[in-house]
Design a protein around this ligand. Structure first.
Ligand code: ADP
Ligand code: MG
Length: 674
């Protein structure tokens, strides 16, 4: 049997179990073998009956002398038996397993693992695991380190153990290590076949760890190989329009800006400029905290495209962000006579021709833009687009083996090593500093009991300092689109806050409002007419209002740290001192410690690293993140292993002959774009 054999073809796995296993993502023999235990129970200590002590977890092996069902006065069923070995007799009890007496038969030999305890004032083995011994050389569920698997309804670890042993014995002859032995030795990795066996049935905890490391290495290695192959494929494509970056013109552009660029902005613009003059298109990710100034970096790239006489497509995830970018770009470019168009559904094709920069949402994809004269595509907040949307746009821009340069941007701070795996096919530029003059945001974690005095403090601030406030409603459910429940909750909150802030303008913003209404809401907030803006968490990450200096986040414990940090980034945009109030009614210490981190750190990268350790990547990106890479065996915190596997992947791409077995394992069908 081969590794890719469907699970249904395993002996005694029928469609019922095959369906249940699908919930664990197990579809093939290989999936089953890579379903690694979450922990092991140590049943290694074997004991003679006479040596057993209450409190010990032991394995005893002996003959069943008697076993029967007993009905207690409370209507419970107890299974009670006696087991003997050369040294004595011991009582064994189970609870509520009346069928058990059909499996455990008098006169037969069994192996039992469990805890010795007092029962009915007698020493007894209570609720042990058991399995028949006769004719067996090796036990499975007792007398060893016994694997416990992540389970699903009606698939027990006991059942899985049986199938894993069977599968291992059936596939063994087909197994072959696909990583050359010298490479394994170099990185102190164990053999693949040995790893598959030991991860399920290790002799020692150390062996289990080594096995898991090897399998985690494989997982990372495959991810790296796929992204490096994608990268190689991308480099086969040619740019449709060759660019020349005129340094004098670029300098003029940079000097025309209202502020000095930060060092990391300059570095990123240089990295992009180097890409733009190449024959193969750029595929670069610009990563930087909220407010780090990504837009102007993208604008510099768009300017380079403009002076070469080509167009730029600038795509934002929401209409509001698109509007904002349109305004920003318009302002920056006005003096250079760059024509910026906001692409809306009403824009007709003939208008498009007179444009240098198209700004819009993913609706841009469906517009009849003539991509032949587009030399640059900018995708803002890329993680908010689906994999398909991005792939679609890239496909659409590809033309007879040519494609424009692509710059994607994200405010999601992904620690560098994790980025290596997630975005391994992209080149990375990082904005790791905020523009000068930004003051840190003072952040407090507060309990609901202090909410009212918090509101009073805010009112006072608004009246005395004429500042503005965001109040973010709790996250009701994780969803890509805003749900009605979320909107309702926000509306309720809004009604309440209108009463509390009755002598000032309070407004509501949510995703189900019409574009027109949203614009009106934002407009009066920008103009300073609205003092308190109540908003759902998912809307409009990119709003930029410098006078808004206080943010209140309700239900803070429901967000990931990086998410909170991003939300918080809406304030602290001007030179006025800003505050963020995290309200939580959770009494959990873990929650408090986590939120407390925000009061201490202003670095998105630092917070993301922490979140990664404390809650896993799903929490950084939001659980329903499209196409987000989900690691099954490896962990994002395994930075060392991530680096090792990356260098092996690079070595394999450079030396395909030596690594032919490995490269054959990578199914080209599985290469999906990031
Ligand atoms: P983000 O990285 O979140 O997209 P933006 O590009 O929206 O950040 O920039 C946030 C704000 O900072 C904008 O108002 C922008 O004009 C301003 N800004 C960008 N770069 C600088 C800089 N080097 N110095 C001062 N302000 C800057
Ligand atoms: Mg932005």
């Amino acid at each position: 049997m081969k590794l890719d054999t469907p699970i249904l073809r395993l002996p005694s796995v029928g469609s019922v179990y095959a369906n249940r296993l699908r919930k664990l993502d197990i579809e093939t023999a290989e999936d089953l073998l890579l379903h690694v235990p979450s922990r092991y129970i140590d049943y290694r200590i074997k004991s003679a009956i006479s040596d057993t002590q209450p409190g010990e977890t032991v394995t005893i092996q002996g003959k069943i002398e008697s076993v029967k069902n007993i009905y207690t006065t409370h209507g419970k069923k107890i299974q009670m038996g006696e087991v003997s070995d050369k040294t004595g007799v011991l009582t064994v009890v189970w609870f509520n397993q009346p069928y058990l007496i059909r499996n455990v038969k008098k006169g037969m030999n069994y192996s039992f693992s469990g805890k010795i305890d007092w029962f009915d004032r007698k020493k007894a083995l209570v609720s042990p695991e058991y399995e028949p011994l006769d004719g067996k050389t090796q036990t499975l569920h007792t007398g060893r380190l016994v694997p416990v698997y992540p389970e699903t309804a009606r698939v027990s670890s006991k059942w899985l153990r049986g199938k894993v042993v069977l599968t291992l014995s059936l596939v063994e002859q087909w197994l072959d290590d696909f990583v050359p032995t010298d490479v394994l030795a170099r990185y102190s990795l164990i053999d693949f076949i040995k790893a598959l066996e030991s991860v399920h049935f290790p002799e020692t905890p150390e062996e289990a760890r080594e096995a898991k490391t090897r399998l985690a290495f494989n997982e990372l290695l495959f991810h790296h190989l796929r992204s490096l192959m994608r990268k190689k494929d991308w480099h086969q494509i040619m740019t449709a329009n060759r660019l020349i970056v005129d340094t004098d013109a670029m300098k003029e552009f940079i000097n025309s800006l209202a502020f000095d660029l930060t060092n990391s902005q300059i570095r990123s613009i240089n990295e992009i400029s180097e890409d733009l003059v190449k024959d193969s298109p750029m595929n670069r990710l610009l990563e930087g905290d909220v407010g780090s100034g990504k837009t102007v970096v993208a604008a510099a790239a768009a300017f380079a495209s403009f002076i070469n006489g080509y167009q730029t497509v600038f795509m934002a995830p929401t209409q509001i962000l698109a509007n904002q970018h349109f305004n920003t770009l318009h302002e920056i470019f006005d003096r250079f006579k760059v024509r910026v168009s906001l692409v809306t559904s009403s824009l007709v094709k003939k208008d498009l021709g007179k444009t240098d920069i198209f700004v819009g949402t993913h609706a841009l994809i469906h517009k009849k833009i003539d991509f032949e004269s587009v030399s640059l595509v900018v995708i803002d907040e890329q993680h908010r687009f689906g994999v398909e949307q991005r792939a679609h746009l890239i496909k659409k821009t590809e033309n007879k083996g040519t494609a424009p340069h692509i710059l994607t941007m994200t405010a999601t701070p992904i620690p560098r090593t994790a980025a290596l795996t997630i975005y391994g096919d992209l080149d990375l530029s990082t904005l790791d500093e905020l523009p000068k003059g930004r003051r840190p945001i003072t952040t407090w974690v507060i309990s609901p009991a202090k909410r009212d005095s918090g509101y009073e403090w805010i009112k006072d601030k608004i009246k005395k300092e004429n500042i503005q406030v965001y109040i973010i409603c709790p996250l009701i459910e994780e969803s890509e689109v805003e749900t009605m429940r979320q909107v309702k909750a926000a509306t309720v909150e809004y009604e309440k806050l209108k009463e509390i802030f009755s002598d000032m303008n309070v407004d509501l913003l949510h995703g189900r409002q019409s574009a027109k209404l949203k614009n009106e809401v934002l407009d009066s907030f920008k103009k300073g007419v609205t003092k308190v803006l109540v908003s759902t968490p998912v809307v409009e990450v990119g709003i930029d209002v410098a006078n808004a200096t206080i943010m209140v986040i309700e239900g803070a414990e429901r967000f990931g740290l990086a998410q909170l940090h991003q939300l918080r980034g809406r304030v602290g945009r001007g030179s006025i001192k800003s505050y963020c109030l995290l309200i939580t009614d959770s009494h959990s210490n873990v929650v408090f410690t986590r939120l407390k981190a925000l009061t201490k750190s202003m670095s998105g990268f630092e917070l993301a690293e922490l979140d990664l350790k404390m809650r896993g990547p799903g929490e950084i990106f939001g659980k329903k993140q499209h196409g987000f890479l989900d690691l099954k065996i490896a962990a994002w915190s395994d930075t060392d292993l991530i680096k090792k596997s990356r260098s092996v992947a690079e070595e394999a791409i450079e030396n395909p002959k030596k690594f032919s077995k490995l490269l054959n394992k990578i199914d080209s069908q599985n290469i999906v774009p990031n």
